[in-house]
Design a protein around this ligand. Structure first.
Ligand code: ADP
Ligand code: ZN
Length: 632
């Protein structure tokens, strides 16, 4: 069924990249992938978010369509995002459509006709649609005519039960291979772990596919973990001092906390919206649309929000609660900085997080083996949170990728940027553990962190009097350390598994490994707690980072940038699309900097393809001229 290789097919990719998308060169493995798939090979593509996966199937789709090999079917789990994905292609002059339950039957019927006519280049659909008898019958017809060009399976990790976004319907997709063995398939995911990878290959029958694994480093993402002190205030300071007027996501663990945090941020004058699975579908959709379409919206969400959100200019992902494991942390933080510009992955973290996550595992109905694995995964994340060396290197090491610490020219992690002072907490740890031991010895009782710290610091509270704890030999032996230091010691001891918490009041209890610490056989090196507000003095605002615009611009350039953004906003509203679908910020900034005066010069700007040049070129030149005129 494969048509003989047309030489123009292999020659075309770079031309398509340039003419359709307006980009000068392929990134990383893109060129190889595009060539392999364009020539009819199967591929599994593992690339981090923002790596440029879409072009890996869109360019072969265009090439194959031009070579008369027909339509590309894109399997995507996210009905809500298809509209914008298709809009972006149509803006670039590529005929694309989607079929999903949001369409009226008339609209669906019209698109089916487009699909059968051979005019359509890409069709997006959810797996449950693709595996219906009606749709398969249509694919059969196209296949018979040699007009079924390619299957692209996006978010391919959804096929894995071990993954974080399992979708039952993805399991049926193996029938594509059985039914149309000669049609190439490309599966794509940003999930890095090996189990999921093996699962995808098995379940989608991709054993003979070429696997392309990119580095999972996100060089533009800065990782930072701060000790929880007053988390809301810390978040507010982070938003105000470093991300004023920018879009981002704040993750919380519970629906209640999402609601409360969003409401509180609004009271503080920040444009925040809640998102969680408990909200009505239309509210969720409205909030998602606003996040994608408007600027400077802070989405406060549970993990229900995120997969496939391809908004390129998410400038930060903040965690108010600890994620489950490193995989989740990487996925969630990965939603920042798709456009390659600096983005922050920022997390607050404290003893309660460790306790909560441990308890969630303990109380889950899963079997022991599963719980054991979950605990090991949580421990790996705790080690990352407690680290005083490069977080990027640790993150990549977890995914089996060796890496040097952040380079100075990178958006370096907190530890590389400000190497933290450490102190030897071995003695302190012994004091804390022996105090817990004494509590228990005295009357067989256990207490929580608050009371323990009071006793160590020698505070004469009511509770101390009630239990006669001023009698203990450990009373007041820790007066030299501050409250925050003691909290850090206890958090580490719990994180490292020398202490565990019990019951409703999170009382502290020694574990078998505590003995080695008590004997002084384990050295504990702790990060010196940061001075509160150290990084947030007014004079330091936004220091060291490019705020919007993404390029340094002079005054005239800034005016042009503002004029271009205003123009883009109007076009986006008219077309009912997010602004970034019209042009990315980076493209507008380049226009503002270079102020091209001719269409030819404008065509040289990255992100300006032929169709957009034709549709918008003259208007852009006028906007640029207008900005220059008001400047005089
Ligand atoms: P992913 O799906 O892997 O997260 P996308 O396909 O959304 O990534 O691409 C991320 C961003 O990078 C997009 O804005 C895209 O336009 C841009 N991009 C991708 N490939 C290139 C390239 N070769 N040159 C310039 N920009 C690119
Ligand atoms: Zn680093």
């Amino acid at each position: 069924m494969l048509l003989p290789a047309d030489p123009s097919v292999t020659a075309a990719p770079l031309t398509i990249l340039h003419d359709v998308f307006g980009y000068a060169a392929f990134r990383g493995a893109q060129a190889e992938i595009v060539e392999h798939v364009g020539a009819g090979g199967d591929a599994l593509v593992l690339m981090p978010t923002g790596g440029g996966k879409s072009l890996c199937y869109q360019i072969p789709a265009i090439a194959r369509h031009r070579a008369g090999q027909g339509l590309t079917i894109v399997v995507s789990p996210l009905i809500a995002l298809m509209h914008d994905q298709v809009g972006a292609l149509e803006e670039a002059g590529v005929h694309a459509a989607f079929l999903n339950s949001s369409l009226t039957s008339d609209e669906a019927w019209r698109i089916e006709r487009e699909m059968m006519s051979g005019r359509l280049v890409l069709l997006y659909a959810a797996p449950e649609r693709i595996t219906t008898p009606r749709f398969l019958a249509q694919l059969d017809q196209l296949h018979e005519r040699g007009r079924l060009g390619l299957f692209a399976i996006d978010e391919a990790h959804c096929v894995s039960q071990w993954g974080h976004d399992f979708r039952e319907d993805y399991l049926q997709l193996d029938l594509l291979h059985e039914r149309y063995p000669d049609v190439p398939r490309i599966a794509l995911t940003a999930t890095a772990d090996e189990t999921t990878r093996a699962d995808i290959i098995e379940r989608l029958r991709l054993a003979s596919a070429r696997v392309f694994i990119s580095s999972f480093d996100r060089p533009n993402v800065r990782y930072a973990v701060v000790e929880k002190d007053d988390p809301r205030r810390q978040l507010l300071r982070f938003l105000q001092d470093e991300h004023e007027g920018e879009s981002g996501i704040v993750y919380c663990q519970s629906r209640k906390k999402v609601e409360e945090t969003a409401a509180w941020l609004n009271d503080e004058g920040i444009n925040a919206l809640p998102y969680h699975a408990g909200l009505e579908a239309d509210v969720r959709k409205r909030h998602q649309d606003r996040f994608l379409r408007e600027e400077a919206i802070v989405m406060v969400a549970t993990i229900a929000f995120g997969m496939g959100i391809d908004k390129p200019d998410v400038r930060f992902v903040a965690h108010l609660d600890l994620p489950k494991n490193i995989e989740s942390y990487y996925q969630e933080t990965g939603r920042g900085g798709r456009d390659g510009l600096p983005a922050d992955a920022w997390m607050t973290y404290g003893l309660a997080d460790v306790v909560n996550q441990r308890r969630m595992i303990d109380e889950s109905p899963a079997d022991d083996e599963f719980k054991r694995r979950q605990r090991a995964k949580l421990d790996a994340l705790l080690t990352l949170a407690e680290a005083h060396d490069c977080r990027r290197a640790r993150l990549l090491a977890y995914f089996g990728e060796a890496s040097a610490p952040c380079r100075p020219d990178q958006n370096a992690c907190d530890n590389c940027q400000h190497p933290p002072a450490t102190w030897d907490a071995t003695e302190a740890a012994r004091k804390a553990l022996s105090c817990i031991y004494r509590f228990h010895q005295q009357r067989g009782l256990r207490f929580g962190a608050g009371h323990l710290i009071d006793v160590l610091r020698g505070k004469a509270t009511e509770k101390v009097a009630q239990y006669g704890h001023q009698q203990l030999s450990t009373f007041g032996i820790g007066a030299d350390l501050a409250d925050t230091q003691w909290r850090a010691v206890l958090r580490q001891l719990v994180a490292l598994g020398h202490l565990r918490t019990e019951g409703e009041y999170n009382t502290l209890e020694l574990t078998p490994s505590a003995r080695a610490v008590l004997r002084g056989e384990v050295t504990l090196l702790l990060r010196q707690p940061a001075e509160p507000a150290r990084r947030t003095r007014k004079g330091e605002r936004g220091r060291g980072r490019d705020k919007a615009p993404p390029l340094p611009l002079d005054t005239a350039g800034l005016e042009r940038f503002a004029a271009l953004k205003a123009w883009r906003g109007e076009v986006a509203r008219e077309h009912n699309l997010p602004a970034y679908v019209v042009f990315h910020d980076a493209t507008l900034a380049e226009m503002a900097r270079d102020a091209p005066a001719t269409l030819q010069a404008l065509a040289g700007i990255s992100g300006v393809g032929e169709k957009k040049l034709e549709a918008y070129g003259r208007e852009i030149l006028r906007v640029l001229e207008g900005a220059a005129a008001t400047d005089r």
